[in-house]
Design a protein. Sequence first.
Length: 140
Amino acid sequence: MNDQILRLENQLCFPLYAAAKDVVNRYKPLLSKIDLTYTQYIVMMVLWEYKSVSVKELGERLYLDSGTLTPLLKRLEGKGFVRRARSSKDERTVDITVTEAGEKLKEKAVKIPLEMAKCMPLSPEEAKALYTLLYKLLDK
């Protein structure tokens, strides 16, 4: 039997996992200043771009299921950043819309990507190559 295949150093999954965990941890102090978790932040990024999306569309864009999104969206609604409403076209669909307070939050969040870029040990070219490879893994 080839035990080499089971060595941690031979697994692509481990550096992906560890790097993702490290990156999210680096976001925490920046996001705490605007009262968001990382998952709430990526939801808000989608809403800042599209203004309104269904829960289903949001889940597809973020690779999250409705069981994860529902409590998260309730918390964002409680903070006044989003509004949840049944679709007028299909009552089974829940639409999420960014509020005025959510839009104002964007002004504070705009600095976060620049701060994150400073703490990443990658050149712009390396970052772009990594981005491309990761989306290839996600089959985008």
